[in-house]
Design a protein around this ligand. Structure first.
Ligand code: NAD
Length: 338
């Protein structure tokens, strides 16, 4: 099902009417800790429709967090999950939707794009599993760029490059159709234009709106394509080592794309054109620098001793990627980003 999408500054004010239209009256409002300002803003417009609030969503959806949320959800008598936040809040809503069948209304406050995919993730004892299920599709998505104004530059940059990674992997996925590739290319072009503005002028609402919209498109593209080595590596590093999701995407992307480039020449041409550069991997690295992203994997908490095990875990089993990658190849990619 395609969600109803409400756009624009002030869009949150239209959420109650959207819930009414669907006949949903009792919202279970989900957020990550520390997001009181954004969540209060949504709760205020929902008024008495708020059945309960749960503000303990954490990255990568650990099964224990799902258990805590289910315990809070049970007595609330909610008929809709309202996720306010980034991929962590929306990811928890997806896990709850899988268990309860409740619909999701998503109010994204980052550029992670989870609201537009049917991809769920769940982490159990250091292993992150992902899958696809129509039950986790959002029914309503409200993009109100005002809620992203509080996103600090480092998070805006990293989250924007997470969106870029969605466009990139959709561009070279073997199973993406022409429309998906075109959408991915235009999302990459739009992100390359809007992200620097978002960082250089964090209060520029128009730039924020453009970035949200590009992230939305990139996520739709990813939803219509299989994920390759880049996403696999990010899931391994997130699930096993707990690295921050968006920044891991940003740091790894130029390195994985450099590895895949010889096997994806058409996608590289399109990506280079979208970035306005001659060489796509170098263009991604330059965009990172322009956005102030200078971290390496070592700065994100990866230890050198983890490299081989992470490479082996990522290389294990079958997955689609333009270029087959051995454990040695993956180790070299990780070492370059380390
Ligand atoms: P996040 O949701 O964990 O948010 C990162 C941090 O930013 C948190 O501390 C959060 O409270 C804070 N934050 C969020 N919005 C803010 C705002 N407007 N102002 C200030 N701070 C704000 O991070 P994320 O990168 O959005 O999502 C990461 C998670 O989402 C990972 O678990 C990842 O696997 C998942 N994800 C899933 C999909 C999918 O399609 N299923 C896609 C992308 C990411």
């Amino acid at each position: 099902m395609t969600p109803r999408v409400v756009l624009g500054a002030g869009a949150v004010d239209r959420l109650p009417a959207e819930l009414d239209r669907a006949g949903w009256r009792r919202a279970f409002v989900i957020s990550t800790p520390g997001r009181a300002a954004e969540t209060d803003a949504v709760a205020a417009v929902l008024g008495e429709r708020v059945a309960a609030r749960f503000d303990r969503a954490v990255p990568h959806v650990p099964v224990a967090a799902v258990g805590d949320a289910l315990a809070a959800l049970a007595p609330a008598g909610a008929d809709v999950l309202v996720a306010v936040g980034g991929g962590s809040a929306i990811g928890l809503a997806k896990a709850l939707a899988l268990r309860t069948g409740l619909p999701i209304a998503a109010v994204p406050t980052t550029y992670a794009g989870s609201e537009m995919t049917t991809i769920w993730g769940l982490t159990d004892r250091g292993v992150k599993r992902t899958g696809r299920d129509p039950r986790v599709a959002s029914s309503i998505v409200v993009y109100d760029a005002r809620l992203t104004l509080s996103l600090p530059p480092e998070l805006s940059a990293a989250s924007g490059m997470n969106a870029m990674a969605h466009a990139v992997e959709a561009l070279y996925a073997a199973d993406a159709d022409d429309e998906t590739r075109a959408r991915a290319e235009s999302a990459a072009r739009a992100l390359a234009a809007s992200l620097p503005r978002t960082i250089e002028a964090p209060d520029d609402l128009e730039a924020r709106e453009a970035t949200l919209h590009a992230a939305h498109d990139a996520a739709i593209a990813l939803n219509n394509a299989s994920m390759g080595l880049h996403h696999r590596l990010c899931h391994v590093l997130g699930g096993r080592v707990g690295l921050p999701h968006a920044m891991t995407h940003a740091v790894l992307l130029p390195h994985v794309v450099a590895f895949n480039a010889p096997a994806a020449s058409e996608a590289m041409d399109r990506l280079a054109s979208a970035l306005g550069v001659g060489d796509a991997p170098a263009g991604l690295a330059a965009l990172n620098r322009r956005l102030g992203i200078r971290a390496r994997l070592r700065d994100l908490g990866l230890r050198e001793a983890d490299l081989a095990a992470a490479a082996a875990a990522a290389a294990d089993g079958e997955y689609p990627n333009p270029r087959p990658a051995s454990a040695e190849d993956v180790r070299a990619i990780l070492a370059a980003a380390f």
